[in-house]
Design a protein around this ligand. Structure first.
Ligand code: PSV
Ligand code: MN
Ligand code: MN
Length: 426
């Protein structure tokens, strides 16, 4: 299924009058307070987030998985799904592949399909947290950190192959997330595990093409429950520094212990020019991978405040790789991704409205109340007309979820692909 421009134009006509009055009112009041509305809309339109190939089917838990039907069964179909989300939102212009789940059969055909949908290939992800069929060594006791040289070599070789595959598609970054760790005290020697991991990462890093970046993800626990080798941003940063200039930390919002000040981590990493990529999701308890903005939208806004500040002030930090890393059991995965994209745009738009100059003045005057007022004034602004306007100007849907439903997208996918579908993913 492909959504035609004309279909969206027809649907948009219905809500246009309402939108125009909301947008005009907001644009006028923002302009009066000094906001350059067109520049904000331009930034929103430029902001593209990669969709992970593993989020297009219903995720599961260890207790089970409930299919949503019509799920993509191949890489082609995954790209088609992202194409659908992108035509509705104009924000999902990239895909993040996971190897070996998404190895293309025909590289030219996949590249052509992605180009047709205006989708780029963002960071590629390696997988050393599962054993694959016919694999010689097992990752049961770790991969890049394993005490066995043969296991480490196999895991290094896999990462190198992932880079090769990504390179053929036009990707420019490798994301490494390791499940390595231990579940019981005494199981691992922490120092040995970290040293092996550093050396393995160096070997992968040194083999990457010169214009590639390495993103090192961290996570405090799960699947191991006593220790994780790359448990936090400090460990990730240390490993990135040990690799070189093109190795960076990747922040996944769900990979923190409760109440961690993620915005401060973002800020410090950008100051040091070491924030490489971002995985958006939301959580209540752990790595819940819930829809972005569904639980803690204010925290997301505070994170975006630091991201915006960093993008404006930290030229030492490279452009970031923006990705969603969410998936779950009960919602239509495509609707869920549309909601996530909307929440990201909302937090970004609100952060762009913060009067940075006034905030600096209030900070220097130690006017704590004013500082809070400035942030919350931006946060309390309903920015949705700006996001809708950005979509409208680029041929997207005024109301993506409504359009998705009006066009019967899921019904059509089920008709095309059938009821009993299982997408590859986490
Ligand atoms: C596991 O926690 C995880 O969700 C990581 O966040 C990775 O980014 C993702 O899986 C894909 O490997
Ligand atoms: Mn992640
Ligand atoms: Mn995760």
């Amino acid at each position: 299924m492909k959504i035609q421009k004309q279909q969206l134009e027809d649907l948009n006509k219905k809500g246009l009058e309402n939108h125009t009055s909301h947008f005009d009112f907001l644009a006028q009041s923002l302009s009066k307070s000094g906001v350059k509305v067109d520049s904000v809309i331009g930034k929103l339109a430029d902001f593209q987030v990669a969709i992970p190939s593993w989020a297009l089917g219903a995720g599961g838990t260890r207790f089970g998985r409930f299919s949503f039907s019509g799920e993509p069964a191949s890489l082609d179909q995954k790209i088609e799904d992202i194409g659908l989300i992108h035509s509705l939102t104009q924000t999902a212009g990239a895909v993040s592949l996971h190897i070996p789940w998404d190895v293309p059969n025909d590289y030219n055909a996949i590249k052509e399909l992605a180009a047709n949908h205006k989708i780029k290939f963002d960071a590629v992800n390696s997988n050393t947290f599962q054993d694959q069929k016919n694999q010689k060594e097992s990752y049961k006791y770790g991969s890049l950190s394993n005490t066995s040289a043969a296991v480490r070599e196999q895991a290094i070789a896999h990462n190198k192959e992932v880079v090769e595959i990504g390179n053929k598609l036009g990707s420019k970054a490798l994301t490494v997330w390791l499940a390595d760790g231990s579940s019981f005290p005494g199981q691992n020697n922490f120092q040995t595990a970290l040293t092996h991991t550093q050396n393995s990462l160096i070997s992968i890093y040194e083999d990457m093409p010169a214009d590639w970046k390495l993103y090192i993800e961290y996570k405090p626990y799960e699947p191991n429950f006593y220790s994780t080798v790359i448990q936090d941003w400090g460990t990730s940063l240390m490993l990135a520094n040990g690799c070189g200039d093109r190795a960076y930390t990747l922040v996944d919002l769900g990979h923190h212990l409760p109440n961690t000040n993620i915005e401060q981590i973002v800020s410090v990493l950008m100051l040091k020019g070491k924030l490489g990529g971002f995985h958006f999701n939301d959580s209540k308890y752990g790595d819940d991978d819930l829809t972005v903005g569904s639980i803690k939208p204010y925290a997301l806004f505070l994170i975006f405040n630091e991201l915006v500040y960093g993008m404006q002030n930290n030229t030492q930090n490279p452009e970031l790789g923006w990705m969603i890393d969410a998936s779950h059991n009960v919602k239509d995965p495509l609707e869920d991704l549309i909601q996530s994209l909307e929440a990201i745009q909302e937090a970004y738009a609100k952060a762009l409205l913060i009067d940075q100059q006034a905030l600096k003045t209030a900070q220097e005057a130690h006017d704590v109340t004013a500082c809070q007022e400035l942030l919350q004034h931006a946060y309390r602004t309903d920015v949705r007309p700006l996001i809708r306007e950005a979509r409208l100007r680029h041929g997207g849907a005024l109301h993506p979820i409504d359009a998705y439903r009006a066009l019967d997208v899921r019904k059509n996918l089920i008709k095309e692909r059938g009821n009993k579908t299982v997408a590859t993913g986490l």
